[in-house]
Design a protein around this ligand. Structure first.
Ligand SMILES: [Zn+2]
Length: 125
């Protein structure tokens, strides 16, 4: 059984894999409601564009700010907005994680490719 994720607009196969899907109960600072998050995507099927808005945003108690820098994810075939790239994935750990990050230093995090569930047509075959 394979799950195929298609663009809800044009039905293009986005080549997303459940192998890269974060579990539905995974914790993210910006939340995960009504969305599916992947740790890897096929960038030949998608279009990315920077969004740089200076506008206050409040997503959750822990995820807010004044300037929002996000990357839009759009379907490469029809241009429909599918979701956004967030930077609140799991911490990037190399080796044993003892690379000398001081306590005040932000831990680099994996990107999270967050898709709106409504923008995807999910089918199993
Ligand atoms: Zn499309």
């Amino acid at each position: 059984m394979a799950t195929v994720y298609r663009c809800a607009e044009c039905r293009a196969d986005l080549n997303l894999s459940t192998a890269h899907l974060f579990p539905p109960d995974a914790y993210f600072e910006a939340g995960n409601k009504g969305t599916l998050s992947f740790s890897w995507v096929d960038d030949s099927k998608l279009r990315f564009s920077k969004e740089d808005k200076i506008r206050p945003f409040f997503e959750t108690v822990n995820y807010w700010g004044i300037q929002r820098k996000r990357t839009r994810i759009q379907c490469d075939s029809c241009g429909r907005l599918l979701g956004y790239v967030y930077d609140d994935g799991p911490p990037l750990m190399r080796g044993n994680g003892q690379l000398g990050f001081g306590p005040s230093q932000a831990i680099p995090r994996c990107p999270r490719y967050r898709f709106k569930t409504k923008a995807l047509a999910v089918a199993t075959s």
